[in-house]
Design a protein around this ligand. Structure first.
Ligand code: NCD
Length: 320
């Protein structure tokens, strides 16, 4: 029997994992395990957990996985979910973020899932409206649900998290995934090794115990249990941060040869979307070690867990 948890996430904003304790992260992972069984058992997925709750997805930046999985997660749990796309809403008429949030609030929603290009946008939202805010990515700052699904995927494969060596590779500078991963992984007792071009790896940001910065990706990959390859954020790049795509793939691309430096049973992750042939070779992306496709399914389970826990407190009938 699992020990029942004394932590409760009811009403908690999900802005960054720095505001989460290891116990709270554990509760989300354990709840996601139950949610994944529901997704996988086939047949009827619609549960009554969130019946009567309304959720709005407010996305100011492109998204396939995160938006769709939040939408499906809410729907599988019986909530009413509406997705607003910045390109087709009054945002194009110049409505401010504050006014857009207040408009959504006035319609009686319980949670707003938001993605915005500005760091701090989700935190700002928690200050101007009452519904629970879930950060689905704010600039290069944080993407907590992605980090939770990464932890969940790792635990499903390795059986535990503590003591594992993880290498996070590539465009650390622009990556909200890297920042949230690092916070979550450290809280769960994992060792984090970072590597990428010097211009994409601000060393001074990571002078903390348990975080190791390398210049060569080979050093970071050595004996790693998990490798998380980041997308080069071409849309956030200022010119000249690395010489050329070809050069990047040659020096920093994760290919089969480099993968053999890691542990034999290494797990390969990528948050998607991938630039195949740039940061990751296709044979690694689709190879035996890859859990990239599984991350997507786990993303739905994690978001079902988050929504249930923050909107119902994880009442027994809601998660069992
Ligand atoms: C990430 C994002 O948007 O932050 N993607 C995702 O949510 N699956 C990573 C990325 O875009 O590189």
């Amino acid at each position: 029997m699992e020990k029942s948890s004394s932590v409760n996430l009811f009403g908690k904003n999900v802005v960054a994992l720095e505001n989460f304790s290891a116990e709270e992260i554990r509760l989300v992972l354990n709840t996601a395990r139950k949610m994944k069984q529901i997704i996988r058992r086939g047949g009827e997925k619609k549960l009554p957990n969130l019946r009567g709750k309304a959720i709005v997805n407010l996305f100011y930046e492109p998204s396939t996985r995160t938006r769709t999985s939040f939408e499906l997660a809410g729907k599988y749990l019986g909530a009413d979910v509406v997705s607003i796309n910045s390109g087709t809403s009054s945002i194009v008429k110049g409505e401010s973020l504050r006014d857009t949030l207040r408009t959504i609030e006035a319609m009686g929603v319980d949670a707003i899932v938001m993605r915005h290009k500005a760091e701090g946008a989700a935190d700002f939202a928690t200050q101007v409206v009452k519904p629970v805010i879930i950060n689905a990515g704010d600039g290069a700052h944080a993407h907590p649900s992605q980090a939770l699904l990464d932890l969940f995927t790792i635990e499903q494969h390795k059986g535990h998290l503590e003591g594992l060596k993880v290498a996070i590779l590539g465009d650390i500078l622009h990556s909200r995934v890297a920042r949230s991963d690092i916070q979550g992984m450290r809280k769960m007792g994992m060792e984090v090794h970072l590597a990428g071009p010097k211009t994409l790896l601000p060393r001074f940001l990571f002078q903390e115990p348990g975080i190791f910065v390398h210049e060569r990706i080979e050093e970071a990959m050595e004996a790693a249990d998990v490798i998380n390859v980041l997308r080069i954020q071409l849309e956030r790049q200022k010119a000249g941060l690395f010489p050329s795509m070809r050069e990047y793939a040659r020096v920093f691309g994760v290919n089969e040869k480099r993968l053999s430096l890691a542990k034999k049973d290494v797990l390969v992750l990528h948050p998607g979307p991938m630039n195949k042939g740039l940061e990751i070779a296709p044979d690694v992306a689709y190879g035996d070690h890859s859990a990239i496709q599984e991350q997507v399914q786990n993303g739905v389970a994690i978001r079902m867990a988050i929504l249930t826990l923050i909107l119902t407190g994880g009442r027994k009938d809601a998660v069992d």
